[in-house]
Design a protein around this ligand. Sequence first.
Ligand code: WT7
Length: 653
Amino acid sequence: MKEQMQDTWAVPERVREGSPNPIADFDGFLRARHAAEVDPDGFWLGQTHRLLSWRTAPTVGLDGGYHTVKDGPFSWFADGTLNVTESCLDANLESRGDKTAILWEGDEPGDVRRISYRELHGEVCKAANALRELGVQKGERVIIYMGMVPEAAIAMLACARIGAIHSVVFGGFSAEALRDRVRDCGAELIVTQDEGLRAGRTVGLKSTVDAALEGEQGVRRVLVYRRTGGEVAWNPDRDVWWHESVGKQSPECPAEIVEAEHPLFILYTSGSTGRPKGVLHTSGGYLTWVTYTFRTVFDLRDDDVFACMADIGWITGHSYIVYGPLANGATSLMFESTPVYPDAGRYWDMVQRLGITIIYTAPTAIRALAAQGDDFVQKYDRSSLRILGTVGEPINPDAWKWYYDVVGEGRCTIVDTWWQTETGGMLISPIAPATPVRPGSATFALPGVAPALLEPETGRVLHGPAEGHLVMTRPWPGQARTVYGDHERYVSTYFSTWPGVYFTGDGCRRDAEGYHWITGRIDDVINVSGHRMGTAEFEAALIAHDAVAEAAVVGYPHDLKGQGVYAYLVLQPGHEASAGLEKALNGVVREIIGAVAKVDIFQFVPGLPKTRSGKVMRRILRKVAEGRGDQLGDTSTLADPSVVDAIREGARV
Ligand code: WT7
């Protein structure tokens, strides 16, 4: 018990003092949790009335649930109507029209743009008018394939303004991956830019769109923002310059008022099987969730400068660069570059120059920066910082302590926020002023979130300290409603392993005091530098190469990236392992998935370990890749045990 106590970090005075948060201490947290538990509908109706601008205020909370999900999506606030941009923009005009909404830092240090709420409102309206003029209608899909420029956020909000559905595709995805997404959602228009700029290098974006659309009929228009001025190919029947089309529009655009459950966006994410799926989030519930969690967890103050370092192509960028901060009238940073450009001091240089008070980044970045030494941090004044956030993967206690001691100098608290693309926003997280933290633990479920741990073998609910499958027993407003165009896939992915609950795909341990420790994915999803990828996607890409007969891919522990990618390959007769072949295989992976994807370790094997019924025993492959080939457990169901000896001997860890 004593040791446990020593492992708990109390909330520093600087974080507690002056908190405007209704949840300002642990008792406040327990009270809110209780209120949300006894009357979830009343609790969330109260929050959403307080936090959002509704045209018609909703009178109903949850309708339907996990037991009815196979018959169709559940809903929140179904009789309410709104337009999410009115909460994000119009509602801020009077009280903080001149406040900076988006604070942009470009690739070169000090290349800064400040866009006030008034300016942002005008720009979004202009872009919305341009989209309308280009024929985009309510409910139609627009793909946004851009780098980290304010116009990417403006494009998202412009879609929302007219009731169109945006789908942002991360700029690191290939033409092929982009084409899949364009087809899956039936996009009418793509917004892109000539080139991206990262760490002094240009990245072709328009050229990738051109390649993705070759031979495709569906996309009528491509709207191109000019970032670098680099040469681009031009199709005059299809392509339109942003500055020409948006530039001439009126800065007023009446918002399209939609029902609470009108789709806001689709975001593609990887699962354990098949192609990425289009996770669909709707308007009223999603905005309620990100607005509430943003202000509550980060204990938002009026003069905060909030810096989420994620890319807008991931859910973190949607929820905590764009929608959550803007709906709260906060100043939100958009950062075009990388944490190590021009050197590992970039974040802290920005903290000093821009007065950042809250920083939100991924464990992989923290580990990479810690490895560069403390000097890069200590050179800069970080006294503005109050809260340090982390997201995307489990944070190891060493990285946590470095973040706490070196970056925060013990003055700041750390919020380790657990959530997923599907959850819309944070579910398990400390609330900055209220929750004593433990290094490596995401601590407790937020009010209204009902987690449970299930015994993996039986599905029995575990009580007290335990480890098992993390599930949620009841819907919350921000939960994804469906997989776009494939509700059955939504049901089978999330609600069939354990009927009646939402299956997260993560394992979790709960300690004696109820703290949650996420242990990582238990399905065939890997998390490389906070990027979520399906092993099946890698396997499909590798098999596309002529030399490969069979492929099995697993994750393995990697010091910096969290997980690395380990591929076991059986070659076709006549092909031999070589460094050249490995390079060519990664070339194929890059072409099919994109620059985000790369195999770290190849092992060429005579065969894959299979059961007599032909199922690959991935458990064995994972153990070998973890360097635990001597602890394989029961292998009696293997069709050919000799394969395992060869795999163990040839292991490259
Ligand atoms: C998966 C979701 C949440 C936005 C970014 C990733 C892992 C996320 C944590 C955390 C341990 C975490 C989980 C989850 N994860 N946050 N604080 N501690 N693991 O979104 O791409 O949908 O990935 O990321 O495994 O299931 P995503």
